[in-house]
Design a protein around this ligand. Structure first.
Ligand SMILES: [Zn+2]
Length: 264
């Protein structure tokens, strides 16, 4: 047993119980244990498909076949991904009434699959796609199957208006969905506790989410195998989220059952 980690988990649970409902903020790191690889790692998808080209909104408007070529290959690595214990622990925090919402940079839909209800997806959701003409919605899985079974088809087209179909993930150069961003910012501003999992906090608006919480005297709990953001954390939970978050939920449940906590 790692007593330093145990102590950090207990401290984090006490902060959650005293400041709930909390807000969670998640990034790619939480889904690595679900089998979704880091596309930026050497040999990853981005070394084959330069994202500034293949995931560029302006280029998509002219040459959507480039995006769908990349998306078909990405889908092969993501289609078997299932929520891991970290996603289920987040859903359990919500069920216990300790978590109000999740703000995520992920587009993989795994929080919802694990049972979380209120999820603000800053970068959209790759499991659904929309016709840019008539706004009809499609399951991305069905579109990819269509592309895979018909090699002459390079871009899925809407059967109603023949418009180009675009995945509901935000591309480079495309604005973040404004309502989602506003709701996420408000949640970060109002929460007393922000639980950050699996994000490097480098990309905007990720860094502002943490700043908004801290500017309003909120506490920040960070769960990450890499302690690089330790200076931002009131409590650093260093390790794999799939191992730590279930233990954190257990610690919270115990405190709830006990009904009282030590003075913080
Ligand atoms: Zn259409």
């Amino acid at each position: 047993m790692n007593s330093e980690l145990d102590a950090a988990i207990t401290r984090a649970a006490e902060i959650i119980i005293s400041g709930n409902p909390i807000v969670a903020f998640t990034g790619a790191g939480i889904s690595v244990e679900s089998g979704i690889p880091d596309f930026r790692s050497p040999g990853g998808l981005w070394s084959k498909y330069e994202p500034s080209v293949y995931c560029n909104f302006q280029i998509f408007r002219k040459r959507p076949e480039l995006f769908w070529e990349m998306a078909t290959e990405m889908h092969a690595t993501m289609k078997n991904a299932r929520p891991n214990p970290a996603h289920f622990a987040m859903a359990e925090l919500e069920r216990l009434g300790l978590l109000s919402c999740i703000v995520t940079q992920n587009v993989d839909n795994l929080h919802q699959e694990a049972g979380s209800n209120l999820v603000y997806e800053l970068h959209g959701n790759a499991s659904k796609s929309t016709c840019i003409g008539c706004k009809q919605s499609f399951a991305t899985n069905d579109l990819i199957s269509e592309l895979e079974s018909n090699k002459d088809l390079k871009v899925p087209k809407c059967p109603t208006c023949h418009g180009v179909i675009k995945m509901n993930a935000v591309l480079f150069g495309e604005p973040l969905p404004r309502n989602v961003l506003e709701n996420a910012m408000r949640a970060a501003r109002e929460t007393k506790v922000l639980l950050v999992v699996g994000t490097s906090l480098v990309v905007s608006p990720a860094n502002s989410i943490v700043d908004l919480c801290k500017d309003n005297d909120g506490k920040v709990l960070i769960c990450d195998p890499n302690p690089s953001n330790e200076t931002l954390a009131d409590v650093m939970l260093c390790g794999a989220a799939g191992m730590i978050l279930p233990r954190l939920v257990n610690a919270c449940s115990m405190l709830l059952r006990r009904g009282s906590i030590a003075d913080l």
